[in-house]
Write a protein that binds this ligand. Structure first.
Ligand SMILES: [Zn+2]
Length: 207
């Protein structure tokens, strides 16, 4: 970040930029999120108790008052997108941030989690082969990004949609492997409800 952030309290003008460097900041890789024009970036902090705001005041040797805290909060909101530090994580490849806590029932992750860590949806296409290795014939992992990734890799969607409350993915995989010899399978999330997940299966014939 190369901008600056100043705040005026009474007759004193404070440069807060150095204090902000201690706060995690970055860009979004989350689907549907964008830093609006005019804002600098995303700041990840503890906003509820004002802990992050108080830390900034402390770091700048500004004596705490409620009014100053309020003024700084407003200034931060004007210049930054504010997100909760414990609800987001960064992509191991591009360092942009994805939500790791659901924001609604219909939310789906904008990343894939593998033994290499988090890869955001933008970076997955650069490592699709390696990432898919962990999903192929693995009934414990469901693909949750766009299905086009699987289609681009030559997988085709099978017709049936399964209910998690009715059948175990292990049983489905076994059945499919018996039926379609020499094929690979990837489980894919179809939808989630309060008490149930629907999923489907992509298949690709082995060469
Ligand atoms: Zn990324």
């Amino acid at each position: 970040m190369t901008k600056n952030l100043e705040i005026v309290y009474g007759n004193n003008r404070y440069d807060l930029w150095d204090a902000l460097q201690d706060i995690t900041s970055g860009e979004y890789a989350e689907s549907g999120y964008e830093v609006p024009k005019g804002k600098i970036c995303v700041l990840f902090g503890n906003w509820n108790t004002g802990k992050t705001v108080k830390n900034i005041l402390d770091a700048c040797d500004i004596p705490y008052t409620e009014k100053r805290e309020e003024a700084l909060s407003k200034e931060l909101e004007k210049k930054f997108e504010l997100e909760w530090y414990d609800e987001w994580a960064s992509c191991g490849n591009c360092d942009k941030y994805v939500r790791t806590n659901a924001s609604s029932l219909n939310w789906t992750p904008s990343y894939v989690l593998t033994k290499c860590g988090i890869t955001c949806r933008h970076c997955v296409k650069d490592y699709t082969d390696d990432i898919l290795d962990e999903f192929i014939n693995n009934p414990r992992k469901a693909w949750q990004l766009e299905e086009s990734f699987l289609e681009d890799e030559g997988f085709t969607l099978l017709d049936e949609i399964y209910e998690s409350k009715n059948v175990m993915p292990e049983q489905i995989l076994k059945r499919l492997q018996d039926e379609y010899k020499d094929s690979d399978f990837v489980f894919c999330k179809h939808s989630t409800g309060m008490f149930n997940v629907q999923f489907k299966v992509f298949m690709k014939a082995r060469n």
